[in-house]
Design a binder for this molecule. Structure first.
Ligand code: MN
Length: 749
């Protein structure tokens, strides 16, 4: 790789440095419009004129250096232009609009992205916070080029850190070690990662750093001649075997030696493999041939052979590694890879930023839709679970379903996209949410429905005399946990309200069934039902109906069964008649309903399109409601479905919920999904499958996976005729040893 050749040039002479950069650009052979690059330089030079860096050099030399590193990384024209302009929004009067006008939106967006990252403030925190901070930066970047330029920017700032005061040196080094080096690693950019680590270590532990570099320097002549000798030996042998190869050798980077000493509590003399060789070949078969030859020439150290060619590392890294014992018993590591793998290892994700050419050698502009395709491909090939988690959302659209915001203390809080101050408050603590009276974002007062953006600093204003959450909040909050906490508050604090509400719902349902309140609440009728629902009083039962813990229909159905049983036993014909008449009236009103479609009758609608909602997958026997969707017929939900209970009171959906019921005769089968959690053990899936098979269940899919902590989760999608059949199947599954829960999807907890 070409070294930074601006070093030979007067550090105060920006123009000369820029000309050297242009030469480097044309040397790459990439189709880059140098006039556009020059225009960017001129803009940056004028904008930063008069500004100086701590070492007295013109500020624009920093911009040239960042662009120079971007060229080394192999970045595209827009990136190089943006690198030259990366500090103009932050440090000069130029705006996004100015840059967009002259260099186009994409460049302006990249520069703005870098500016946002620059403005993020760090305080050193525990590991989990750091991980969130790294994710936040990636999420804020939106375009991976923003991150790559930020790394180039940081690399140059670290190279010139000597001119800063000790406090700033420490702070920036810490940040680099905790944030930027790991990001570079995750993106597979070994070269940048090593340099960032070594530069940071120099300021974080100057004594430790010096000990290593001094020792290396002392041993350098010996190590040099050892490595040169080994290279010679390997080269000669491979030439004899007609394998064309290039061999590099190096001393391992300081921080990797430092970490090894620290981890294994060794001093320098205890660290043997300081030397590393790289053999770069043309083809994958050559990698293995070379490995075989090296193992023939030297004694391999057992357990040190690693094949990252057939199983690449999560960050895309590929090589064959082995450690062997050289002459004088000195061990050394050999990495064998192809040129392609080498480029990826050095520059990682940046190496994939290639120019696409068509057959005539013209550059093809890649469309936006294609922009992250290579990132996705790279990431989809990753297998390490930790890194897969890290990149989980990058696969879709760079964390499109998460947003990362700061608390005033600098903690990073991770929320679902679209989250509001309400979600933030409940994430901090229920008490904060319940006493919230207002919120500020980045110092400005915002409405509680305000949508939070990545990097926002959110502060919640609370008051001891706050009235508590309002029911609207249930619709505003985006996170399930915030909604659950709000509901808990209503359940507890608004008991009276729930009792009144629930009692009204209960009485209405009783009226439809021809049962009086007094009949229903007679001791012998109601007490077995209350016992089954674990409530202690009729008020408590009404409260449960009021907040949606149980539906009125279900309670009244049970009361009706209980009354009929008691009446039949005591031969009270009048009661039986009254209840049956009510049922008949219901049946008649059902006839006002349309013809059954898929076994469902919809009030007032005939032959309409019926869709069973996927959130709760109702089956005959469940209490159901219908929702008139826009253009897709009526979707059927269970009456205890969270989507229904949360939305039934939305004013915007008023009039769209309709009464529906199951037809008498059911011929269809209904698809529903059941989630099973269990202690992980051998043969679990097999046992579930055997039970399902013995019940003749119609299983569509059965999947299972391990969770952390020795748990497993399985999901069964099956077809049933009724809720009774489903309940029976679920009960049978629940009796398998090791199963801890069997839940229908969409069931409220
Ligand atoms: Mn900068």
């Amino acid at each position: 790789m070409s070294e930074n050749n601006t070093e030979m040039i007067d550090k105060y002479d920006a123009d000369a440095q820029f000309e050297a950069l242009l030469k480097k650009i044309s040397d790459t052979g990439h189709p880059i419009d140098t006039e556009r690059v020059r225009a960017a330089y001129n803009t940056a030079k004028i904008a930063h004129s008069g500004q100086k860096r701590k070492d007295g050099t013109p500020y624009v030399t920093h911009c040239i250096a960042a662009a120079d590193i971007s060229v080394d990384m192999g970045l595209d024209e827009d990136s190089i232009v943006a690198a030259l302009l990366h500090d103009v929004i932050e440090d000069t009067p130029l705006t996004h609009a100015d840059i967009a006008h002259q260099f186009g939106e994409p460049v302006a967006d990249i520069v703005e992205g870098v500016t946002k990252l620059t403005r993020v403030q760090y305080t050193s925190k525990e590991d989990e916070q750091m991980e969130n901070l790294r994710k936040m930066l990636l999420a804020m970047a939106k375009d991976i080029r923003v991150i790559l330029i930020k790394i180039a920017d940081r690399l140059h700032n670290m190279r010139t850190m000597d001119y800063q005061n000790p406090e700033k040196q420490r702070q920036k080094s810490q940040e680099t070690m905790e944030i930027y080096a790991p990001i570079a690693h995750r993106l597979g950019m070994q070269r940048s990662k090593w340099e960032l680590e070594d530069l940071s270590l120099q300021y974080l532990d100057p004594v430790g750093y010096k000990e290593i570099t001094d020792t290396l320097e002392k041993r350098m002549p010996e190590l040099e001649s050892f490595m040169a000798g080994m290279k010679e030996k390997i080269q000669t042998r491979l030439e004899k075997e007609h394998i064309s190869c290039t061999i590099y050798y190096r001393i391992k980077h300081v921080y990797s030696i430092y970490r090894k000493m620290y981890a294994q509590n060794l001093n320098m003399s205890g660290i043997f493999d300081l030397c590393a060789f790289r053999v770069i070949v043309d083809t994958i078969p050559d990698c293995y041939t070379v490995m075989g030859i090296i193992h023939e020439m030297f004694k391999p150290v057992p357990g040190r052979f690693k094949d990252y060619v057939s199983t690449p590392k999560p960050n895309g890294y590929q090589s064959v590694h082995t450690t062997v014992i050289g002459s004088e018993g000195i061990p050394f590591e050999v990495q064998i890879r192809t040129w392609d793998m080498h480029h990826t290892a050095e520059y990682g994700i940046a190496a994939h930023w290639k120019y696409k050419m068509n057959d005539g050698g013209q550059v093809l502009k890649s469309g936006d839709e294609d922009r992250f395709a290579w990132v996705r491909r790279l990431l989809e090939s990753q297998q390490d679970s930790d890194a897969t988690d890290f990149f989980h959302n990058l696969k879709i659209d760079m964390f499109s379903d998460e947003v990362f915001v700061f608390s005033p203390k600098g903690d990073v809080i991770n929320l679902p996209t679209g989250a509001t101050p309400i979600d933030f408050a409940y994430n901090i603590h229920s008490d904060v949410g319940n006493h919230m009276v207002g919120a500020t974002v980045n110092g400005r007062i915002v409405p509680l429905s305000h949508t939070l953006q990545n990097g926002d600093i959110v502060e919640i204003r609370t008051s001891k005399s706050a009235a508590g959450p309002s029911r609207d909040w249930l619709n505003i909050a985006k996170s399930g946990s915030a909604r659950t906490k709000i509901k808990q508050w209503f359940k507890k604090e608004r008991r009276d309200e729930n009792v009144i509400r629930g009692r009204a719902m209960f009485e209405e349902e009783l009226r439809h069934s021809g049962i009086s309140y007094d009949e229903a609440t007679a001791e012998d009728i109601i007490s077995p039902i209350m016992k089954r629902l674990s409530v202690m009083s009729v008020d408590e039962l009404c409260a449960a109906i009021g907040y949606g813990g149980v539906t009125a229909t279900r309670v009244v159905n049970r009361i009706r069964d209980e009354l009929l049983r008691a009446a039949n036993k005591n031969d009270k014909k009048t009661v039986v008649d009254k209840i049956n008449q009510a049922a008949e009236r219901r049946e008649q009103s059902a006839q006002k309903m349309g013809k059954a479609v898929h076994g469902v009758l919809v009030e007032g609608l005939s032959n309409c399109l019926i869709k069973f909602s996927r959130c709760c997958t109702p089956v005959p026997g469940d209490d159901i409601v219908g929702f008139i969707t826009r253009g897709q017929g009526v979707s059927i939900h269970r009456a205890d479905c969270e989507n229904y209970t949360q939305r039934r009171d939305d004013p915007e959906n008023a009039g769209r919920w309709v009464r529906v019921q199951w037809a008498r005769e059911i011929t269809d089968s209904y698809v529903c999904t059941v989630t099973i959690t269990a202690k992980d053990r051998n043969g679990l899936v097999m046992d579930i499958a055997t039970v399902l098979n013995s019940l003749n269940a119609k299983v569509r899919t059965l999947t299972a996976r391990d969770l952390a902590g020795g748990k497993a989760i399985a999901s069964v999608t099956l077809e049933v005729k009724s809720s009774a059949e489903l309940k029976y199947i679920m009960a049978r599954i629940a009796s398998i040893p090791g199963i801890t829960s069997v839940m229908r999807n969409g069931q409220m907890e």
